[in-house]
Every structure is written in C-alpha cells, then in structure tokens.
Ligand binder design. Structure first.
Ligand code: AP5
Ligand code: ZN
Length: 215
C-alpha cells in the first residue's frame, strides 16, 4: 500500500495518519514533521525552512523533493508508505511519479480529506501538540488533563505557524498550488474523497474501510 493524504491545512491529515499507521504497516512520511524537526535541531535547512513556514508559504520544491524521495526510496518504506504533506505542487507530484516508475512501484490511492475554509481557522487555532507529536484540539479532541499529553505527560504546545494571519496565507497557498493535484490524481484514477467535517473517528472508519479494499 502506497498512499498519499491530501487536504487543506487542518483537514486532519496528521490525526488520521496516527490512526492509519496503527491499522496498516505503513512507513509514515510527513514533510511538515520533518521540517519542524530540522527547525528544532537548528540545522541550516531548518533555519532556511522556518522563514517560509512562519510566513505560511511553501518551502522550495527542490528542497522538498530531495527530502521526501529519500524517505520513499529508503528500506523502511519498502513495504508501503503513507505520505502526509507531500506532494503539494504539480512539480512535486511529477517528481514522485518519476521516482515510483524508477522503483517499479505504483501509487495505490490518494486520500483527499475535504474540509471547507470556514472550519479551518477554528480547527487550527484550537490545535495543541505534545512532545511526542500526539495531536489534540482544545474543543474537539481535548486531553484528559488540560494542557498535558495523555501519553507522555509533556506540556502541550501551539505551532508557530498556527496564528490566524498565517493560517489564511497557508490556505491561499493550498488553493493556488495544491488543489491542482485533485484533478491530477483524479485523471489517474487514484483519488478517493472523504468528508473531513465528520468526527475524527467517523473519518477514520471511512478511510480504513476504503483502504482495506485496496491492494
Ligand atoms: P504541514 O505540517 O504539512 O501542515 P499543513 O498541511 O498545513 O497541515 P496541518 O498539519 O496544519 O493539518 P493536518 O491536516 O495535519 O491537521 P491535524 O490532524 O493536525 O506543513 C507545515 C508547513 O511546512 C507548510 O505550511 C510549508 O511551509 C511546509 N511544508 C511541508 N511540506 C511541504 C511540501 N511538500 N512542500 C513545501 N512546503 C512544505 O488537525 C488539525 C486540528 O483539528 C487538530 O487540533 C485536530 O485535533 C483537529 N481535528 C482533526 N480532525 C478533526 C475532525 N474530524 N473534527 C474536528 N477536529 C479535528
Ligand atoms: Zn499535519
């Protein structure tokens, strides 16, 4: 199973990935998480990426393509992978398609989580994340103890790019650069659509049922 999670910022890609990687043996490749790790480690790449991320823009294609494809061709992704946040532009999708052809592998499906813009700001402004990467929402998916992760007990933090004015910029980028991928994958017969306004559990049930029929 080689899967892509597609959808606007705050659609629930990370939330669903957490669950799907428990259902199916998939290597989880999340370019946003990789970039945030580089920022936290203070690497040169991280410092460069942070200026784009904090402005709600995209990190340049050449950087992202190198970063994502290295993981796609790595040993741990050999039995299947779940991409989250990549591809995000037609250039990235073309690069992935070329890579898969070279590896003699095929994409299984592209899972599009649809959520209208009106819901996005509310979702993102309430998001909190733990040290271990568990995703919460103060209203829709709160932790048992306010401000603390259920699993590792760490203090919950807000992402730097979750300020309302940055969220609007991220949405604009999504509509301008990423939505062309919907037609791109529809044309290839790979697109599967999911109503992302349902509860996290309902969305998960729908996606899991669909993925279970694919091979
Ligand atoms: P990235 O980390 O990929 O962010 P994003 O695409 O903006 O998506 P988010 O992580 O914000 O949302 P999500 O869909 O994962 O939602 P979540 O599950 O957390 O990228 C960040 C930045 O890195 C980009 O802006 C860019 O600068 C750069 N970047 C990354 N990849 C790149 C690439 N390939 N090319 C160029 N640049 C790149 O859920 C959100 C909230 O909603 C949570 O609080 C959650 O609890 C809640 N929630 C989830 N599901 C539901 C539900 N069904 N109902 C109610 N609440 C829900
Ligand atoms: Zn995410």
């Amino acid at each position: 199973l080689n899967l892509i999670l597609l959808g606007p910022p705050g659609a629930g890609k990370g939330t669903q990935a957490e669950r799907l990687t428990q259902d199916f043996p998939l290597a989880y490749i999340a370019t946003g998480d990789m970039l945030r790790a580089a920022v936290a480690a203070g690497t040169e790449l991280g410092l460069k990426a942070k200026t784009f991320m904090d402005a709600g823009g995209l990190v340049p294609d050449d950087v992202m393509i190198g970063m994502a494809l290295e993981r796609v061709e790595s040993d741990d992704a050999r039995d299947g992978f779940l991409l989250d946040g990549f591809p995000r532009t037609v250039a990235q999708a073309d690069a992935l398609e070329g890579e898969m052809e070279q590896l003699g592998r095929k994409m299984t499906a592209v899972l599009l989580i649809e959520v209208p813009d009106e819901d996005i700001v509310r979702r993102i402004s309430g998001r909190r994340t733990s040290q271990s990467g568990r995703i919460y929402h103060v209203e829709f998916d709160p932790p048992k103890h306010e401000g603390r992760c259920d699993i590792d007990g760490s203090a919950l933090l807000q992402r730097d790019d979750d300020k309302p004015e940055v969220v609007q910029a991220r949405l604009d980028q999504y509509h301008a650069l990423t939505t062309p991928l919907i037609d791109y994958y529809e044309d290839r017969g790979l697109l599967r659509r999911f109503d992302g306004t349902r509860s996290p559990t309902e969305v998960h049930d729908h996606i899991r049922a669909t993925v279970a029929t694919l091979r």
